[in-house]
Design a binder for this molecule. Structure first.
Ligand code: HEC
Length: 188
C-alpha cells in the first residue's frame, strides 16, 4: 500500500491532471464570455446617448463593474489586459498574459480571425495548479472612437483622456486589431 502513497499525494495536489482541459475551457467560456457583448453594447449605447467624451465612464467604471460582478459570481480572477494600456494600474498583463497577447498578434497576422483567438492552459502558480484562459478583444467600430488614431479623435475626448490618463498608450488602433484580452485565472 505504501508504494502507492506518492501517487495518491500527487493526485491530491494536482486533481485536474485527470480533468479535461476542454471541459474547463467550455465551462469558463460559458460563465465568462457573456460579459463581452454586454460591455460592447453598453459602450455603443453610451456613445450614442452621451457622445464619446461622455461615454468615458462606461469604459472606466461600467466595464470594470460588469467584470467585477462576474468575479463575484464565479469566484475567479477576471480582468482586462493589454500590451498598450490606457490604465496601466488595472490593465498591465503578467508574463503569461503578455506572451499570449503577443501570440494572438502573430496568429492574427497569420490569418486567424481576431474574434476567435483564445488560449487555455493549466499552469503552476506558487506550486499550485491554476487554469488560465484568455480571449482576445478585437477593435470594432465603436472602439475606434476612443482607441483609434490620435489625430482622428474627438477634441473633447482627447482633453479628457489627457487629463485622466497622462500615460495613455491605447490609441492608434485599426479595426480588427487586438486591443487586449479578457483573462481568467481559476485555482483548481
Ligand atoms: C468612450 C470611450 C471608449 C470606447 C468607445 C472604448 N473604450 Fe476601451 N477604454 C476607454 C477608457 C477610458 C479605458 C480605461 C479604463 C480604466 O480606467 O480602467 C479603456 C480601457 C480599455 C481596456 C483595458 C486595458 C487598458 O488599456 O487599460 C480594454 C481591453 C479596452 N478598453 C477595450 C475596448 C474595446 C474592445 C472597445 C470596443 C468594444 C473599447 N475599449 C471602446 C475608453 C473607451
Amino acid at each position: 500500500m505504501k508504494a502507492f502513497l506518492p501517487l495518491s499525494l500527487l493526485l491530491a495536489a494536482w486533481p485536474t491532471l485527470a480533468q479535461d482541459i476542454g471541459a474547463l475551457t467550455a465551462e469558463t467560456r460559458k460563465a465568462v464570455l457573456p460579459v463581452v457583448p454586454k460591455v460592447v453594447s453598453a459602450m455603443q449605447e453610451a456613445v450614442a446617448e452621451k457622445g464619446v467624451a461622455g461615454a468615458i465612464p462606461v469604459c472606466k467604471e461600467q466595464a470594470p463593474a460588469l467584470i467585477k460582478a462576474k468575479r463575484q459570481e464565479t469566484g475567479w480572477d477576471i480582468r482586462r489586459v493589454s500590451l498598450k494600456t490606457r490604465n496601466a494600474e488595472r490593465g498591465t498583463p503578467d508574463l503569461w498574459e503578455a506572451r499570449q497577447l503577443a501570440e494572438f498578434n502573430i496568429r492574427a497576422a497569420n490569418g486567424e480571425k481576431p474574434d476567435t483567438l483564445e488560449k487555455s492552459e493549466i499552469v503552476s502558480l506558487d506550486g499550485k495548479p491554476v487554469f488560465r484562459y484568455m480571449k482576445a478583444l478585437p477593435v470594432g467600430d465603436v472602439c475606434l472612437q476612443c482607441h483609434g488614431p490620435a489625430e482622428g479623435l474627438d477634441a473633447g475626448l482627447k482633453a479628457k483622456l489627457t487629463e485622466s490618463y497622462p500615460h495613455d498608450q491605447a490609441t492608434g488602433y485599426g479595426k480588427g486589431q487586438i486591443r487586449g484580452a479578457l483573462t481568467v485565472k481559476r485555482p483548481l
